[in-house]
Design a protein around this ligand. Sequence first.
Ligand code: G3H
Ligand code: 13P
Ligand code: ZN
Length: 326
Amino acid sequence: MKKCHFSELGLVNTKAMFQQAMQEQFAVPAYNFNNMEQLQAIVIGCSQSASPVIIQVSGSARSYIGTAFLPHMAAAAVELAKETGTAVPIALHLDHGSNFELAKDCIDSGFSSVMIDASHHSFADNVALTKKVVEYAHAHEVTVEAELGVLAGIEDEVSAEKSSYTRPEEVERFLRETGVDSLAISIGTSHGAFKFKLQPGQEPPPLRFDILDEIEQLVPGFPIVLHGASSVTLAHVEMINRYGGRMDNTAGIPEEQLRRAAASAVCKVNIDSDGRLAMTAIIRKIFTEKPGEFDPRKYLGAARDELIAMVIHKNTTVLGSAGRVK
Ligand code: G3H
Ligand code: 13P
Ligand code: ZN
């Protein structure tokens, strides 16, 4: 693995992005990617809508892409944004970093931001690990996200009983003891494309805005992060089902709730599943309608176009991040 500082790749950390998002009451999109087409779509969509962007990979996505490729892809993303139109600021972020060594490797190889997710450990262990990552990261100007509270997994019922919501009374002490730059909280979102299993006519339960409001009052101006924020777009789920897939009665976070969160202390909104659904829907459609198609450019290219449209839609009408880069 070649050592490099993120500035050599043309990347920025999340500090200025979050300051602007807080002042102007929008949220910076954090889109996950695993391959070239996804990354191109995210960057083109954000450049065309003049939105700052966080491009993020999980540990497993980083392994899938490979550490030889990743820094070059990030540098190419910066060039692509310039070529496309608006040279939007881009941060490369480690999503759900599980240990110090992984976070350190990422920092050493050009990431500008890392998450250390020790939320499933005890408060004391979460503080200790987060603090260790913060010390190393800040020495390299890299920003750090941590998490308090645990997001629910797949729910069988509409309720979110299995999650453990963030306890507002722990937040101020956690921030003081760790020196972290942003905090992911648990207020009723969950990861994946099966957040809520709804019967016809049922609505997903609302997010716990009371917890978010309390945290905002306790630590005013501190950037909050929302994970598990895909809306599980119905049009894509229906397209998947129409063209041979099977995703029953699933629902995500309604756009209206994300709009409300984006206008609050939430400065970063994580979206992975919606991008996966958009690409899968289009690829299934093409394979069904054109069974003889075997040129990857024909189906991956169309999937990329669909993802560009999704990114522009979210930036423009949900997160409010469009038009923020002058
Ligand atoms: O929160 C996790 C992300 O959605 C992606 O996770 O790349 O390990 O599937 P994964
Ligand atoms: P979704 O599964 O809702 O897209 O959440 C993604 C996420 O939180 C990545 O960290
Ligand atoms: Zn997440």
